[in-house]
Design a protein. Sequence first.
Length: 700
Amino acid sequence: MSFPSIHHEGLERSRLAVVYALAILIVGFYIYKLFEYQIVQGADFAARADENRRSEISVPTQRGLIMDRNGFVLARNVPAYHVTITPAYLPGDPTAGGDPDALNTALDDRVQEVYRKLSELVGIPVSQGVINEETVKAFSPCQTDLGIAQIVYIADTNAPYQPMRVACNVPAETAMVIRARSADLPGVGIETEPVRDYPTGSLTATVIGFLGPVPAGQQAYYEEKGLVSGRDKVGYAGIEATMQDILAGRNGKRVVEVDGAGKELRNLEPPIEPVPGNTIRLTLDTRLQSVAQEALTGTIDYWNRRLNKIRSSSGVVIAMNPKTGEILALVSYPSYENNRMARFIPEYYYRQLLADPNKPLFNHAISAEYPPGSVFKLPTAVGALNEGVITPEKELNDPGKITIIQKALPNSPGTPFDYVCYDENGHGNVNWLRGVALSCDVYFYKIGGGYAPDGVSGLGIWRLAEYSRALGYGSPTGIELPGEANGLIPDPDWKRRTQGESWTTGDTYIASMGQGYVLSTPLQVLVSAAILANDGKYMQPTLIREILDAEGNVVKPFEPRLKWDITKDPVIRVYDENNLLTGERKTVQPWVVSLAKDAMRLVVTEGTAKNVFADSPVQNSAGKTGTAEYCDNIANQQGLCIRGSWPTHSWYFGYAPYDDPEIAVVAFVYNGGEGASVAAPIVRKVLEGYFELKSIDAGK
């Protein structure tokens, strides 16, 4: 009987068929996957593999220097030393024992010896803290409480052939010792990084600024320029910020092949060398900057001691060559110490600066807006003369007070209001030159707003705005510093739009005096004086004298730039009798500018600044005093905003020689009081310092 064997053979054949089928399916699956991986997705996987073995390394460049006009270095690069450990080059296994929580006992003895020696040199514990998900996530080199063993454990886990910083900004002596003992400290190295150093510190911090890490919000922008976030720094203030692209240079690049542990094997492409940043030579004279700062702070301290209280705690001094626009000195007080931010920005110090009510980080010279007061009388005077509102010879009487009918609408009855002179007894009969020299308030009320009893129609707010803008008010000058303010030249449209109110008669009268809504930066006040001193030519204010390459070759020489000439360029729009624009434009007649210079000379010889400059070695200067009433949030909080006795800022601008000016200077003291008493002596000291330095340079 053979039936059982037949049944057995059939069963075996069916099983074999199943096995063959499974084998075919498995082999087919692998063949399909191999085809997909190697043919269909081969190029993609090859690119990924190539990417994994390629590493792009950014090679840092050197930032350019910043110097003053005489070559004195104001910003330079000095080496900072960081201690590193490369785990792969240690003499044993830095993760011996496999338990990160027991690193202090499980470490290889040879590694432990290296850690002990290094700990004695840099003051970081051999082992401290624990390794867990939280500490690893929060880890940042040189900003951690972990010990050496824990830092190296993290480094070895991530990239054993990459140096990890263990201690940053160690003294140069410590770095030299570590290098000298390299045989005893295998795997330990010194990384040198250039950091910014500012030899003049707070003296020039407002101009130079400081550096900081790449801001998170601008990371893509700077990385597109080749910077590395977390390593490279960018300008946060001053010239460091505005001239970032010129100073920064361009980082180099290396493309290398690495193995799975991150070890470099070879260069895959020719290295691209870094390009150093250009050097910037400023127009500043550091010596004059020091003179200006000492004059400002010395005067403020003198008056605070004399009054036995802190009356003033901030101010500005700016000196400029009116013929070229070169800024020779720019002091904003108080300042800050930018060297404290060279390696990193200390949070406590930064918060301290932000909390200071005097705003040391704020550039008061270009970013602060103040009522200019009587220094603003020059646009009123020039406009009234050029428009024929008044003639130079016509005298107007100043009895010490005039009464004006205050109106918001032409047909309203109005309200009588008294406008008084700073001299309650008045100045008597005053012509144009004497009005400027004595800064006669009533005279300027009359020529600015008009006075029917004397037959004076007044310049009016619309034309006043035109002449003030022609003299540099109401818009940024374009100086190479961040945060420059516009100032404010008001008009009826502005008031209706921003205040929701109609323009009143009184608004025009007080605007003619540089009060009310009128606001200006100290630099704009200086520019207005410089334009008149320079016979009507508005030269672009600048801090940049030259740009040089890394070898010292001039790549961009200094070229003064004329913005406009008020005697030749029609920058003044013409209004008709209904205060409507006619479409025409006009210039300022040269004789008006010449007479303005004569008036400013009289300020020094016979006017409000006579006593200040009477015995000065600089006997050929001209200028204008200013005492500006104000009521800001600080004065309000102190209860000082009492009509008729508001606190006052102190202003003065001057230039010399008055007939061929080389230097123009403005001084401003917040809550300083009378301009002739406080600001004018500061300008005198700066003018004297300038000519003394000029004599020294000439070898006299």
